[in-house]
Design a protein around this ligand. Structure first.
Ligand code: SF4
Length: 307
């Protein structure tokens, strides 16, 4: 086996194979490390006698993005057109939705800015910035679907409104409308209380890729590591663990031109097929190339590099 087997490119001269325990089968995965510059990079894994071709898994994920996801219209709230339109058209609503997207079904969380506006009669960052937490919590209490931590949610929304006023003069579109570099956009979003690196990556990719906001150096936008990605990457052999830093590094190596492009297909596949307890490998879009590491024996299979 050589470094060219991984489908990730050539220009590599040195290779070493290491063994790592594989659960739950209690066999060993063999991982081919190749030297690129001064770094040892894991490029091909072997499970049993089969090669996990990370290049093929990556290509299948990108194909899913191109062939399936890109043909779907961008929809945040499929069952509520007005809520969907609001987060697409009102930057304040978009920022609030990103902040509130956690701990519950994403579609419900993206609809919250619409319900807040309906109850309060506005989504004016100037006014919200001066609200008392208990007053906004009382509004959250009236929502048809509340975020899980709705007291904390009120604090986050007020702090976001204050940040929009202090940093962007009350114009949240200034976060992204100056043709920023990907890393700067991520960092601007990350500086909101309640967003953090994971949601900053997710929002930056949505803005740049789905909402066509001009962003320079897309390759600086990293994959947004959430539980879905932490489950999918090791199962698909794209990382050896669910460690966020390893997944981010792996995505950078797999798709250096735009690591964040792996986010959406992996997330969607996780939602549709790669369930925590019973993954539906037989119908999964990447089932033919995925090594299904750690999945039950009845669904597990491996992929040969030459397949
Ligand atoms: S459902 Fe199965 S085939 Fe699909 S990504 Fe998960 S482990 Fe791989």
């Amino acid at each position: 086996m050589t470094c060219a087997d991984d489908g990730l490119g050539t220009g590599v001269s040195t290779a070493v194979v290491i063994l790592t325990p594989s659960t739950p089968e209690k066999t060993y995965n063999r991982i081919l490390l190749c030297k690129r510059g001064n770094c040892w990079v894991p490029v091909v894994s072997m499970k049993g006698n089969s090669i996990i071709n990370r290049g093929k898994v990556r290509d299948k994920l990108l194909e899913y993005s191109e062939q399936v996801l890109s043909k779907k219209p961008l929809t945040f709230c499929p069952s509520n057109e007005d809520a969907d339109r609001l987060v697409k058209e009102d930057p304040v609503a978009f920022v609030f939705a990103v902040i509130l997207t956690q701990g519950a079904q994403a579609e419900r969380m993206w609809a919250i800015p619409y319900h807040l506006k309906k109850i309060m009669g506005h989504l004016d960052a100037n006014i919200i910035a001066t609200m008392k937490t208990e007053d906004l919590s009382a509004v959250f209490e009236q929502l048809p679907q509340r975020p899980r931590y709705w007291n904390e949610a009120a604090t986050m929304v007020i702090k976001a409104a204050q940040h929009i006023n202090d940093r962007y003069g009350g114009h949240p579109e200034r976060i992204w409308n100056d043709n920023p570099k990907g890393a700067d956009l991520q960092s601007r979003l990350d500086s909101f209380y309640g967003i953090g690196p994971k949601k900053a990556s997710m929002a930056a990719v949505i803005l740049a890729k789905d909402m066509n906001i001009p962003v320079r150096n897309w390759n600086e936008i990293d994959i947004a590591v959430d539980l879905m990605i932490q489950r999918g990457f090791p199962r698909a052999g794209l990382s050896n663990s669910s460690s966020p830093s390893e997944i981010i590094e792996s995505a950078r190596q797999l798709n250096p031109s735009f690591p964040g492009a792996l986010d959406q297909p992996c997330w969607d596949i996780g939602r549709q097929w790669c369930h925590p307890k019973v993954p539906e490998c037989s119908s999964c879009y990447i089932g033919q190339v995925c090594p299904k590491i750690g999945c039950c024996a009845s669904t597990a299979s491996s992929t040969h590099a030459g397949d």
